[in-house]
Design a protein around this ligand. Structure first.
Ligand SMILES: [Zn+2]
Length: 496
């Protein structure tokens, strides 16, 4: 078989203060066949999300053509000119490869918006469909924080998202999608779509019950004869557009009634978990109180509202300021994105002591800058961390500074902490500390929970603040929970 694969991903937070241009994609990860050396088998990490399909094609002995692969850290909608450029590159790559093509396997995020285009995935998949015609299967792999649109479903043959949050299962889902599209191409499966909207906005963590048991039940149900694929799309609540929210996508072999019935049943179950499936959140005061009361080891506080992995600046000072005010010591905190402070630390050099104004710069949701006397402990230009889904990912220049017993890792490349190893590479072992603060919503959990004495989710003001009711939405579809008091899904929210 001849496969075309590509990757274009951006999780768009319309409430983010960070603008998005082409340079953000070059910074986040970029591959173009015309500009980059071909990937070697087993060393395809620079293909980012397309590496799953590339590796599977290699394993199967299929011919594979790789097109554009690019991602940017979550932020505001991409500016129109640069979005059209990325789109054109991707479509040009497909056009060049279309002769004899058997299937197209693309990974995108599912919540990408650009100026003048609210549904970039639908826009691009529709254009790809026009290039390859109606008979070539197009498989679209998404992050589960996707906002599903009719245009995506109409133009992709199969839309499938990861099932785990933290997202540890892209590889498994990519292989399933590959096998499914290959079976469709051979004519042994004819997929029929079932779809059901779930009008709710939230973040649902799959590592703990009740979501864990729910996901396990879905994995089991997916093995039912004639059911080809089940996707629980959690939605991305910070994309302010009509299709924001959760949904369920089911494909059954030749049986649209079975697919629709299954989608509606799963949607009803999902809706019953709208409160119990979400993490309990603490205020800054409560989080620090709980951490100080724990004597069993290192406590991890997640500063969920300032997670750059959801479009926040990663420079807010609400937690840092309160730790300093209370005089709490033996703390490590990462990463505060503050290129100006990093510059000063590099000029001063390791061992230097200097006054420093830290964080609180990008928007009013960043809080006030914090003025402290710091000691520069460690400067690195090459620190990396293991990404949750792909390989090592750079942290930019890192400056570890100590202020009043709090070790702060400053950097100049927005990045959420995925692993303790990122702390170690920047110069501090997090497990020697009483409290570790991570600017991450939940992905940190995959590599931190094994040794953490306790994990506390702390909600602060910020671009990812959890208070849905006070977010200034203008375009979402109503009614939607928890803004509106929906008791149960009746009638189920079918595709519109
Ligand atoms: Zn996600």
């Amino acid at each position: 078989m001849k496969i075309f694969t590509a990757y274009l991903a951006h999780e768009t937070n319309t409430f983010s203060p960070i603008p998005t241009n082409l340079a953000a994609f070059y910074e986040g990860g970029f591959y173009r066949p015309q500009e980059s050396p071909p990937p070697a088998p087993g060393a395809s990490e620079h293909l980012l999300g397309a590496s799953y399909f590339y590796e599977e094609a290699q394993r199967r002995g299929d011919e594979v053509v790789v097109g554009l692969c690019a991602q940017a850290q979550p932020s505001r909608p991409t500016n129109r000119k640069d979005y059209l450029q990325l789109r054109q590159w991707l479509l040009d790559d497909l056009t060049a490869a279309r002769e004899g093509i058997d299937m197209v396997l693309v990974m995108m995020h599912g919540a990408m918006m650009a100026e003048g285009c609210d549904d970039c995935e639908g826009d691009i998949i529709a254009a790809m469909r026009a290039i390859v015609g109606p008979d070539v299967p197009i498989g679209l792999l998404l992050d589960l924080h996707c906002n599903i649109t009719p245009t995506m479903l109409d133009n992709a043959t199969i839309v499938k998202a990861c099932k785990e949050y933290p997202h540890t299962d892209f590889d498994a889902r990519a292989r399933e999608l590959y096998a499914l599209c290959a079976a469709i191409r051979r004519g042994s499966i004819t997929p029929a779509l079932g779809f059901c909207r779930v009008p709710m906005l939230g973040l649902f963590q799959t590592a703990q019950d009740p979501m864990r048991s729910f996901i396990d039940a879905i994995l089991l149900r997916e093995e039912t004869p004639d059911l080809c694929s089940i996707t629980l799309a959690h939605g991305f609540p910070w994309s302010d557009f009509a299709h924001a929210g959760a949904s369920v996508i089911v494909y059954a072999d030749k049986d649209a009634a079975l697919a629709q019935r299954s989608a509606e049943a799963i949607a009803e179950q999902f809706f019953t978990l709208r409160e119990s499936g979400q993490a309990r959140l603490s205020s800054v005061d409560e989080a620090i109180d709980q951490a100080l009361a724990c004597d069993d080891g290192t406590v991890v506080i997640a500063d969920i509202a300032d997670n750059p992995g959801g479009g926040a600046p990663s420079d807010s000072t609400f937690v840092l300021g309160e730790l300093l005010r209370r005089g709490v010591e033996n703390v490590a905190l990462a990463y505060i994105w503050d290129p100006a402070a990093v510059d000063l630390a590099f000029i001063a050099g390791e061992g230097a002591r200097l006054p420093m104004r830290v964080g609180g710069k990008v928007s009013r949701w960043s809080g006030s800058p914090v003025d402290v006397e710091v000691e520069v402990l460690c400067l690195r230009t090459d620190a990396t961390q293991q990404h949750i889904a792909t390989g090592p990912t750079p942290l930019g220049r890192t400056a570890l500074v100590r202020a009043n017993g709090i070790d702060i890792i400053l950097n100049d490349l927005r990045q959420q902490p995925f692993s303790p190893q990122g702390f170690v590479e920047a110069g501090v072992d997090p497990w020697t500390k009483k409290i570790v603060v991570v600017k991450s919503t939940h992905h940190f959990y995959a590599a931190f929970h094994q040794r953490a004495a306790q994990i506390i989710y702390c909600d602060t003001p910020g671009a990812l603040n959890a208070d849905v009711k006070h977010r200034p939405y203008q375009h979402i579809r109503r009614p939607i929970w928890p803004i509106d008091p929906i008791e149960r899904l009746t009638p189920p929210g079918k595709a519109t």
